[in-house]
Design a protein around this ligand. Sequence first.
Ligand code: SAH
Length: 357
Amino acid sequence: MKKMLKKLDLIQKLAESGNLTDCELKALLQSEDDDSQLFKAADKVRREVYSDEVYIRGLIEFTNYCKNNCYYCGIRCSNKNAVRYRLDREDILECCREGYRLGFRTFVLQGGEDPYYTDEIICDIVSSIRELYPDCAITLSIGEKPKASYKAYFDAGANRYLLRHETANEEHYGKLHPASMSLKNRKQCLYNLKDIGYQVGSGFMVGSPYQTVDNLIQDLRFLQDLQPDMIGIGPYITHKDTPFAEYENGSLAMTLRLISILRLMFPYALIPSTTALGTIDTQGRELGLKAGANVVMPNLSPVKVRKLYSLYENKICTGEEAAQCRGCLERRVESAGYRIVTAIGNVKKGCKKAKTV
Ligand code: SAH
């Protein structure tokens, strides 16, 4: 058998070719050595493509009603302790107004799968934002819908969609979700979104219950097939009112390692340093940026509902007004050695593939 490459050689091969064999990926994911060389290689690639720029997305969590019952999620329909809320069009527009004032040019509307918001209502909200903010990107993250609904939102003015695949392994998917949900449908939704013309974001939780290293490799392979514009990963964090209450949180180290691997495999991807990462470690988001992430998604939701969008426990940034969050993040990003840019721009000149960011 061919001798396995040493960790440094693996990093070099990944940085140069953007890929590794399953066996090599496994070795990198399971290595117990320090990851500083991996972070360094990922940061080099991120700087070549994106310089020191960090993009901000304003997250508006507009409903915590959900018809689904995902075993890991705090807003699952059978959590009777969740206090439910919905924002109407005017509330959402108010968040956008404040966001725009603070320099946000992308609004991300995220929520549970809430049938109250019919396609007509979603289209009305999207077209109102589109009319008021023609220079902004509108991102939806409202779960699995029929292709015709995705098309209607797109025609109303939405241009990006975030839908994490959660895990690319059928069996693992079945352990995280009730039988009413399927990986097949989730993947189909992602391909439908791409086909319609959305910029698509996908991703997975790190350290979710029953996840194996082989599952993670499948996640990376699925992403190579999908080629999404954005890849969002964050540690699984337990919530006491779910069937997974007793499971441990995913680890900071594994999440950072995967961010770097993603950056090297997908040099052009937008990779957020997520709120979940900032929740498991006070320096989590800064470390995520240093490991190769280039997006942060601060919360623009009204403070009175922030705590209620409780996907997992101890979520950070639930007490501050948007302007405070914006200031805090600015400092954090700078302390990590990067710079928030607000305008919609392009990747560094000279890159093969200029892309709207
Ligand atoms: N209903 C939308 C939005 C889901 S919430 C959808 O289905 O896409 C956004 C993401 O939060 C999920 O995709 C999931 O990856 C993550 N999430 C949910 N529960 C979590 C938990 N307990 N720990 C960490 N991340 C979680």
